[in-house]
Design a protein around this ligand. Sequence first.
Ligand code: 9MR
Length: 323
Amino acid sequence: MEIPSLKEVYKDYFPIGAAVSHLNIYTYEDLLKKHFNSLTPENQMKWEVIHPKPYVYDFGPADEIVDFAMKNGMKVRGHTLVWHNQTPGWVYAGTKDEILARLKEHIYEVVGHYKGKVYAWDVVNEALSDNPNEFLRKAPWYDICGEEVIEKAFIWANEADPNAKLFYNDYNLEDPIKREKAYQLVKRLKEKGIPIHGVGIQGHWTLAWPTPKMLEDSIKRFSELGVEVQITEFDISIYYDRNENNNFKVPPDDRIEKQAQLYKQAFEILRKYRGVVTGVTFWGVADDYTWLYFWPVRGREDYPLLFDKNHNPKKAFWEIVRF
Ligand code: 9MR
């Protein structure tokens, strides 16, 4: 059977993206060229990689990804400028003003380097707390600088590349409480005239959570703010619980089927909100490599993507290309 190109099937809806490393642009070259028209560096633009020491920038690995994308007519999403993970300790040394000055330099350097090539940035990643009684997460950025660091990051990213689309990105934004927090955060930013253009719903799902209906409710809610929505890190684990005590060496048929149905329902919603939904990126390409091999259970197999370990389309692939 002829395998359709995913990006072609979705060309009137939104770009189809994948998170990649500078190594797997080669191991996945054929799949990427056929099915994807957007790339996100999975780790290569994070602070500890791109700016490991004061005033020392290493653009090498991220440049490889961006060059590959440019050569193949793909978009690039930049990920990410402000995050509590993968940021070296020296970044938080000194006073609030010193920290903010350091962040400004970082944003000008990194966003400036990719000006005109990276079309959208995850400016701030995962700032919201998972604790219902707490707004921003407990982390040095927010403990020291408060919400100001978020405002400034968007302002500086906009100054460094006025044409880039700027996103607030977070996980579990399908959850009603966290959804409302993100809504309030973005609403405040918009009211203050801060340049923010979209909300990134990461989309790390299990078979049990969230429901497609929750995704739809979040897309609707964020669209009330007049911002775009993208799914920035989509994958659906074949476990029902993150800590499920199984390790499937072969994925059970019923789980692959359940996963396919979830992808199908999610994409029905994403197509319905075309125009508001301006991009869908998977957090990987095929099941032979996924961050879920390392988290939360190190060494546990998982099968969260559209292509199997042999790079063949799975049931989920067929469910989202036939509509
Ligand atoms: O997939 C990334 C993995 O390779 C890294 O080890 C990890 C480090 O924290 O980050 C992973 O990507 C995360 C992304 O940057 C932000 N959202 C959650 C992703 C999965 O943890």
